[in-house]
Ligand binder design. Sequence first.
Ligand code: ADP
Ligand code: MG
Length: 742
Amino acid sequence: MEKSIIKLKNVSKFYYSKGVIASGFSRVNLEFKMGEFVVITGESGSGKSTLLNVISGLDSYEEGEMYINGEETSHYTEADFEDYRRRYIGNIFQSFNLVNSYTVYQNIELVMLLNGVKKKDVKDKVLDLIRKVDLYKFRNTKVSKLSGGQKQRVAIARALAKDTPIIIADEPTGNLDSRSSKSVLKLLSEISKNKLVIVVTHNYEDIEEYATRKIKMHDGKVLEDKQLKKYKEVSNIEENDYKNIRFLSKLRLGIRNTFNIVPKFLLVLLVYLFITTALISEYASFREEEHIESISGYNGFFLNTDEERIVIKKEDDTSFSDDDYTKIEKMDNIDYIIKDDLLLDTEIDISDDNYYLSARVNSISNFNGKIDKGRKPENDNEVIIEGSKNDYYIGYMIDEIMDKDLYLRDMYTGELDKSTPIKIVGVSYTDSGIYSQDVIYVNDSIIDNLTYQINQMYSNLKILFQGKYYDSTNYDMYFRLVPKRIIKEGMVYIPSDLDYLCKNDYCIGSDIVIDIDNIYYKDTLNLKVEKSYNKKNIESLTGIKDYDSVNGAIFISSTDYNKLFNRNSYQSSVFVKNVNDIDSTINELNENGYTTLKLTDALVNSEAVAAIRILKTIVTVVLVVVLFFISYFVIKVILKSRNIYFTTIRMLGASKKVSRELLIIELINVANIAYLLFGVFLILNYFNVVNVGFAHIILDYMGIRDYILLYIILITMSYLISSKFAKKIFKDSAMKTLKEEV
Ligand code: ADP
Ligand code: MG
């Protein structure tokens, strides 16, 4: 006598639900052998399905012992049963459990791929099986288009493709008309050779002629167990020696699953496009804000905080020579050099009695904006002003101001220099917001004039006169040097206050030594007093009417004045063309012996700005998390229809890991497509084929690293969603999931 492949000894199955215990079947003793074709009958509720589920390893049992191939199974874990099912059991269900969106061929191929068969070894076997169940004509038809009988034949072919020794069919004809029923049962009998086939059916008459054994159940008990005919015994059991699914097969299935249900694909794609857009736009606007903050701090020393600016000095603290400037100008990425860079950080006033504008200064030759109003300067006294449209003077009063003569306020004296009126002839509007500062672009003679004023402002002035030192920092003696063209080189006019020692022109012709020093240089001029002035003669001597305005002035010749203050710079600023490459420019400058300060590094952001920045970071992180959950739930709802698919492949032997991986491939495919589509959208914007505002923010503020980061976030999200979904499907036992889904 052959050994039983399955043996049940006093096995009982109970259901516990809501505190009530129901019996599925009790104290059943049965043995099954290879080669048998067993038909189980019995009225509804008699325990047939429960029995098959226990035998299939889909459900546990509570009492007794079930032996598989002689081995006890009471200690089996869920994983042991999964392995058992893959090796031994092919299930056929009343409701087919096929993948409706797959073709006949793909359904049968699926089980082979899941069991690790190579793609190239699959084809012939699948087609053989399809011929066997007489569906060759329909091999490329989607299962959803087949009749019930045809579907069950596909299910039989699939069970055969799994190549297991046992096939268990629970009411395979329950949904079929009598003609289909007959052909399905006949088919089952044909495949039963060399296998153990157990069939539950109500159509006993149709199967009687093939069945080798009949079991009748009643009320959870075996009522009758009768051998109908002899069967051909099978001595060796060929269990399915399955392998794990191959990587390429996984990829192939993942890609197939991505596209085979078009509405599902489009919905998931839509979700992904939404996530991608939201994520990238939020991130880009965060970057934009970060950028604005980085260039909009303040600094106590520098008024001009342009992000393109680098302050440079020579490493050996000497002044810049022309050679230095030519060398620097030749470097890549240098837009222009401001030699006297103190000028950049000085605000000057351009006013008359009614208007009061203040602005930073730059040379007209460095103006590269566009003129929104008026024109470019044509004379030395014409200037361009650049500022915000929201500015009162530049935005609203500009038409009035452009007609007027305006004057520069002397930085040193605080007086308006009415000798040289200037006119605003052009306006350029910037789009920057509250931090914007007006800039006035002037010709180089005004620049020189301002530079001297600044140099004097930063210098300490001392006078040696009549054997006594007078220091301009000393409050009771306040001096300053004022250049006058009418004065001859080497001569000075002094205020009579100084002259009190030498009344009645006593001091005329006497020596006066002028010492200046500042942080960069010292100089001395030996001059002679030509005249002294007072309130009465000031106008006749200099043409200046207002004596108070010249308070403390020592008039010297323009030549002497230039000698003192027209100096090579010790500190200059370079402006780069492309801010993104500023660090390499800084490196190049350092390598050539210049010390550098990047302006944006010298900025101090206020605490409020820092707080806003932290807040913004939190908002971005929260948004990513919220986005993740929204998309998880939306995708979960969309994938709900896929539960059947995943339960089915689980029945066919896919592990949790494989199911998760298939889903990951599917979602990552969609993520890639969404990302790609978004990329195309950006490229179209880049080339101005279409023009969408936020696309340009993205293009302006996102770098390659940001795109990679966001891509990684997107892929990680897909991974997490897949894992969560797979976990949910595998939370319950195979049977429970199956029952829920079917
Ligand atoms: P059959 O397949 O012969 O119609 P079943 O095996 O489905 O019968 O059911 C056997 C008994 O077990 C019935 O009394 C049924 O009510 C009970 N039963 C089946 N499944 C469950 C379940 N999940 N929970 C509780 N009782 C169940
Ligand atoms: Mg049943």
